[in-house]
Design a protein around this ligand. Structure first.
Ligand SMILES: Cc1ncc(C[n+]2csc(CCOP(=O)(O)OP(=O)(O)O)c2C)c(N)n1
Ligand code: SF4
Ligand SMILES: [Mg+2]
Length: 284
């Protein structure tokens, strides 16, 4: 029988603040899993630390609630060990763009076949409202009582520069469309990022009303293979475009690793063994 979104619920009741955007993101992801009918035992969810880090508890999949900023490399390890699994990584703007920001370019370069759901509420929610890498200039936070002064990052442009093979932006305010975008990301072979703008109701740096007014779907004739055009849409200040900004097919890390493993096995079979002495000599 086909899976429904209920099959992906762990039974643990989410403890997010009432009205938090993360509820919608969770529903959208469960719906995407169900529509694609991926067996729960064939999925692993790795999450970072933050309100967004709670995802791994709420999903009935293999789950790992990792350390702050290290969700991406942990998920990469999971994919290297079990290339047959659907690997999903979830984290926030602080987790993914602050402390863990150095990991995304390498997952993108290697084109690890996994989906990264990066939930941006433009604040550190869990730790009670500190400035994050995407907090706009002038916004007062716990760590910037007179207003943030740093230039906020533009994550889409960064992902494009890193060579990410699938980049999308969406929001739980467009729930159905978000689930469709997640489905496209999950079926993409390579490193896919779904960058989700999700309002935090307790520290409303990204207020629901303002966000709703700014979200606009990418035009129907948008060419998702045109990287330069994608930058243009990413930097648009009037609208926050949603949809698939960029997509390309490229070899993935797992295939390369498997090839290496097979090569090494064939050398062994052929009796081509390198002794420790020979190995040491090769470094002399
Ligand atoms: C090494 C380390 N540094 C700092 C913290 C404290 N900490 C926990 S969550 C968090 C920020 C979370 O912000 P974000 O990733 O945006 O997630 P959100 O809560 O907004 O979903 C911080 C600084 C930690 N747990 N570990
Ligand atoms: S603090 Fe913000 S992000 Fe965290 S659960 Fe509450 S509303 Fe959601
Ligand atoms: Mg955050």
């Amino acid at each position: 029988m086909k899976n429904t979104s209920r099959n992906y619920k762990s039974g643990i009741k989410p403890v997010w603040c009432p009205g938090c955007g993360d509820y919608g993101v969770l529903n959208g992801l469960e719906q995407a899993f169900a529509d694609l009918d991926i067996a729960p035992e064939n999925i692993i969810t790795v999450s970072g630390i933050g309100c967004s880090g709670r995802f791994s508890h709420y999903l009935n999949t293999y789950s790992l609630h990792g350390t702050h900023g290290r969700a991406v490399p942990t998920a990469m390890g999971a994919k290297a060990a079990r290339p047959d699994l659907t690997v999903v990584c979830v984290g926030g703007d602080g987790d993914g763009l602050g402390i863990g920001g150095g990991h995304i370019p390498h997952a993108a370069r290697k084109n690890v076949d996994m989906t990264y759901i990066l939930i941006d509420n433009r604040i550190y929610g869990l730790t009670k409202g500190q400035t994050s890498p995407t907090t706009p200039i002038g916004v007062r936070t716990k760590t910037a009582p007179y207003g943030a002064y740093e230039l906020p990052m533009e994550p889409l442009a960064m992902f494009l520069s890193y060579g990410t093979s699938f980049i999308a932006r969406t929001s739980p305010l467009e729930l159905k469309r978000m689930a469709e975008i997640m489905k496209a990301a999950l079926t993409h072979k390579g490193f896919s990022i779904v960058y989700v703008l999700s309002p935090c109701v307790t520290f409303p740096v990204l207020p629901m009303k303002a966000l709703r007014e700014m979200l606009v779907p990418l035009p129907d004739d948008y060419d998702r293979e045109n990287r330069l055009k994608a930058y243009e849409y990413a930097y648009n200040k009037e609208h926050l475009y949603t949809g698939i900004f960029y997509q390309e097919e490229r070899p993935v890390m797992e295939d390369y690793l498997q090839e290496q493993i097979q090569k090494s096995l064939s050398y062994q079979k052929a009796g081509t063994k390198l002794t420790v002495e020979e190995l040491l000599k090769s470094y002399a």
